[in-house]
Design a protein around this ligand. Structure first.
Ligand SMILES: Cc1cc2nc3c(=O)[nH]c(=O)nc-3n(C[C@H](O)[C@H](O)[C@H](O)COP(=O)(O)O)c2cc1C
Length: 308
């Protein structure tokens, strides 16, 4: 089903066709199954489960989530069961889901990224890959792959050669020039960029004088980051030709429409899923209403209309 009523909500991200532009973001939607009682996953444009690494990861010490004004700080530390267990225990659920499954993945070394993308290349039932480059490269002294444009270019080039899957590169917002990072991913061969991941942040308990998170530093997400994320999406849209997928603090259809006007071809919903698991459905409904009210036949006619 490509359209809702006579309106066309479908968008293309490289060779990936989404029935609507609403995707649920990695790390905020479990492995899909947890949300099954609340929402018909098949109605979403795509689902992105929690990020996967080659080997299982324990994550960071607790506490790992702390609520702030208008957002949350998290330091989950990319906990996940590893590729093999994911394939055996989590992937089978998605067989009955009639939408795109995009696999979010990451590594600690270039080799791990390449190895994972090769293995994911032939995995049946997946529609694309989202590569998270916001993690430290252990071989290069903990420099984050996604904050050095040359490292981003190099990594994307290598991963591009190891997979035929549509490749979305998820950018870190912890940089001065997001457009430069997006161009590096584009030049490396990415089919699309998604942004933003979380902002590095801190909360202190004034009574214990200790950090609120076990890992001290965490990543800020939720409505508090929306205006910054929106600015970054707009800057990126102007800098690259490949599709831009926008996220950061989207709670309702109006937020999603702002991102689409700023140039996002699709949007992701993260933290809002933790508050209202039906957010994705409500955003699809709200976008539909907006198109209807404004007599716009296709969502494609809305993308990047800001200042035009
Ligand atoms: C608890 C939590 C876990 C997350 N885990 C991942 C992850 O595994 N991989 C990833 O690329 N992003 C991860 N993210 C980032 C989100 O996918 C998203 O980029 C970010 O939260 C901004 O969107 P939002 O403000 O709508 O939440 C996580 C975010 C949260 C809150």
């Amino acid at each position: 089903m490509k359209s809702v009523g006579h309106l066309d909500l479908s968008v293309r991200i490289g060779k990936l066709l989404l029935k609507n532009p609403v995707i649920v973001a990695s790390g905020t939607f479990g492995y899909g199954q947890e949300f099954d009682p609340f929402i018909d996953l098949s109605q979403l444009g795509a689902v992105i489960p929690k990020g996967i690494s080659l080997n299982p990861m324990q994550g960071n010490p607790p506490p790992r989530i702390f609520e702030t004004n208008g957002g949350i700080l998290n330091s989950i530390g990319l906990q996940n069961p590893g590729l093999q267990t994911f394939i055996k225990e989590k992937l089978p659920y998605f067989k009955k889901i009639k939408t795109n499954l995009i696999i979010n993945f990451f590594g600690k070394t270039e080799q791990e990224y390449i190895e994972l993308s090769k293995r994911l290349n032939d995995l049946p039932g997946i529609s694309g890959l989202e590569m998270n480059i916001s993690c430290p490269n252990v071989q290069q002294g903990g420099i984050i792959f996604g904050t050095d444009p040359r490292m981003t270019y190099r990594l994307v080039t290598k991963v591009r050669k190891s997979t035929h899957q549509p490749l979305i590169v998820k950018l870190s917002p912890n940089v001065t020039d997001i457009a430069l990072m997006a161009r590096s991913a584009e030049e490396g061969g990415a089919d699309a960029v998604s942004l933003v991941n979380t902002f590095k942040a801190l909360a202190i308990n004034i009574h214990s004088k200790k950090p609120e998170l076990g890992n001290i530093i965490g990543g800020l997400s939720g409505p508090a980051i929306k205006p910054i994320a929106l600015r970054m999406v707009w800057e990126t849209f102007q800098a690259v030709k490949i599709p831009v997928i926008g996220m950061g603090g989207i709670l309702k259809a109006e937020d999603a429409i702002e991102f689409i006007l700023a140039g996002a071809r699709a949007i992701q919903i993260g933290t809002a899923n933790l508050v209202n698991p039906r957010t994705g459905m409500e955003v699809i409904g709200g976008i539909h209403q907006y198109l209807l009210k404004n007599k716009i036949k296709s969502i494609k006619n809305l993308i990047g209309l800001f200042l035009k």
